[in-house]
Design a protein around this ligand. Sequence first.
Ligand code: UDP
Length: 410
Amino acid sequence: MIIPTLSDYEEVVGSDIIGELTTLASHVGKRSIKMVSSTAVGGGVAEMLHRIVPFFNEMGVQAKWDVIKGGDEFFEITKAFHNALQGKEEHFQQDVFKTYLDYNEMNNKELDLDEDLIVIHDPQPAALIHWNQNRKNKWVWRCHIDLSHPNAQVWGFLKPYVKKYDAAIFSSALFSPELPIPQYRFYPAIDPLDDKNRELDASYIDSVLAKYGIPRDKPIVTQISRYDPWKDPVGVIQAFKMARKYVDCRLVLVGDKAADDPEAEKILEKVRAEAGDDPDIHILLFSPSIATEINAFQRASDIVLQKSLREGFALTVSEALWKGRPVIGGAVGGIPAQIIDGYTGLLVHSVDGAGMAIRSLLSNPDFAKELGENGHRRVKDEFLITRNLKQYLLLLLALDRPSEHTIFLN
Ligand code: UDP
């Protein structure tokens, strides 16, 4: 793939937006930024950083991205923290917190964290701040997960670290907790020109479906997500089975395993058990996945589902809407920001609701098409990577003028 440069985006978003970014970057000047996250592959955070970091460099803002190290022991703990912060009830022994801190301390020794702005993504590296309290630079904690119902023990442990940051960024005002530091709201974003989202030839789409043995004899309903309980793949199969009693269709589940997720195998077993030997249900495991193939599956789908139970944002929703697909999404996390119910997609609260929504859209193709078209426009206005770049540039400038309030950097 030829890596697009900023000017290639003019055709998609217009020259005024690109001009605005260039002007902002010139004000940011020689400031440097470093992103720190826990995996380079799998999941939405890695997806976004792979694009954003090169763009900063193109605009003259020095940007780097470091990935922390951790063994199975660490990632099992951080996955359990992730689940707990999204609301799972679990009680942790004290040694778990000590192990988490030991890995953060070890990473702190290995990382250079001297850039003007350090953006720490998600809970895994959040405690790095502890060893950097006499810093001269600014540190921001970027939370991508749904913090609307956090487990009190884990949030009680993490919050004192978060409070030490200069600011925090959340994907929705719905999860914004009480904190004594400024908070920013950033929506995540997709890149319209990368392999995941660019236009594809119909013949390539056909070849991908043929490669994975998916016949195109009936409408295809797809969910593309990590095999994770919060993405509710089992609920997707149940909803599909309900809808199929009325409208013939095929279900394709596409998922990969994030390198920092030891739980995926267990979920897959449950998914396979729920699917049984149903010939209309296709369970694909990509590890890691090829972006153009994901793109092809989204484009080949008559309906894209994202039936999450908790969700930071769900890039998959914007990806599918960008392709003009009708999307059915769980009414959680950042999904309602993308899906305006009945206008840019359908929001659901249950398996039954998802089953009814599939049935309704497959029975009303004109309505489904209209939702997809409206969705495309919404993504263009709100959720493209150029908007996210602008927010980070504004953040670099805003940190010179701290405020105690929640700030929407549009
Ligand atoms: N994805 C992928 N392969 C898969 C499943 C997901 O490439 O098998 C991508 C998906 O297209 C999206 C990202 O991984 O770009 C997932 O981001 P999202 O915000 O939807 O969920 P997260 O995994 O971060 O919870």
